[in-house]
Write a protein of this length. Structure first.
Length: 303
């Protein structure tokens, strides 16, 4: 155990209640949860195996109850994930974990594009592959990582999706889900109640034994963000930014034009012990980025 872990364990009795107080107060609001429709075609683009569980594991479980057909497309081979195995064994293990998560979360189909892990931005074949998948499935809603995140692969996935959608003449909603860098309060416009699914979502995170990172921060954040809603029986949520296709592409374009190094601005929220630090590090910058994307006029739209 490193000295940092030792200090975090010593300070936990102080940090945990402070985190609960300040994070719940930060998200305090009077909103309502979003209902999921029956029989939808749902497509999820996940940069890495486990992103689908972290970002929307509870929502996928809800979709399974709604007779939805869900497809998860994993962008990378996972070769550079934070694991203890050699590369070839890690790739094989991660795919096995994805299949176990598929069964637990009620996902109908999974696909692997096997792009080099950590280099999604450099793979210019991905938009065409994504476009083909979208045209084949014709989804009602696409879930994708946000275009502001401290992992470059997550940002690149959103940018490639925007490129893929530019030449697709289909109506659909895009919902951005959170992994490392939570959406700022003002960017959240879709809240799904996963109170009854939180326990199973936690079980799903246990599947990813190949990963040497903590998952408790992701799970705890979902519980603390329940303060967003005014429904007394809601104690865990997943939050998204829901957009029509045109607005999604516009916001990605605006954010990309800033040329920000997001991995240097924000901290990952995977640890409960450092959750408060990770949420508020660079928060004003993040809020400003989203404010710009939401208020910049769409090109060719004078209204």
């Amino acid at each position: 155990m490193t000295w940092k872990r030792t200090m975090l364990r010593i300070l936990e009795p102080i940090v945990a209640p402070l985190t609960t107080f300040f994070v719940k107060r930060h998200y305090q609001d009077n909103r309502t949860t979003t209902k999921l429709d029956e029989n939808q075609r749902v497509l999820v683009f996940a940069p890495h195996v486990d992103d689908e569980t972290i970002g929307l594991g509870g929502t996928l479980l809800r979709y399974a109850q709604k007779n939805a057909h869900t497809t998860v497309v994993y962008m990378t081979d996972g070769a550079k994930s934070v694991g203890a195995h050699d590369t070839s064994h890690l790739v094989k293990t991660r795919k096995q974990e994805a299949k176990r998560a598929q069964q637990l979360l009620g996902i109908q189909d999974i696909q692997f594009l096997d792009a080099p892990d950590g280099k999604i931005a450099e793979d210019d074949t991905l938009p065409q592959q994504m476009r083909g998948i979208i045209e084949k499935i014709s989804p009602d809603v696409i879930y994708c990582t946000t275009y502001v995140d401290c992992h470059p692969d997550h940002v690149a996935t959103a940018r490639h999706l925007a490129s893929a959608l530019e030449s697709i003449d289909l109506d659909m909603r895009i919902r951005l889900y959170e992994i490392n860098t939570p959406l700022p309060h003002n960017a959240i416009n879709c809240i799904v109640d996963i109170s009854n699914q939180q326990g199973k979502k936690a079980q799903a995170t246990d599947i990813f034994a190949s990963q040497s990172i903590d998952f408790d921060g992701f799970l705890r954040l979902g519980e603390l963000k329940a303060s967003l809603v005014n429904e007394s029986d809601v104690y865990a949520v997943e939050t998204f930014r829901d957009l029509p296709k045109v607005m999604f592409c516009h916001e990605v374009e605006v954010a990309s034009g800033r040329n920000e190094q997001f991995n240097q601005l924000f901290k990952q929220v995977n640890k409960a012990s450092t959750l408060m630090w990770a949420i508020f590090q660079g928060y004003n910058k993040k809020e400003a980025i989203f404010q710009e994307t939401m208020t910049t006029p769409v090109r060719g739209n004078d209204s």
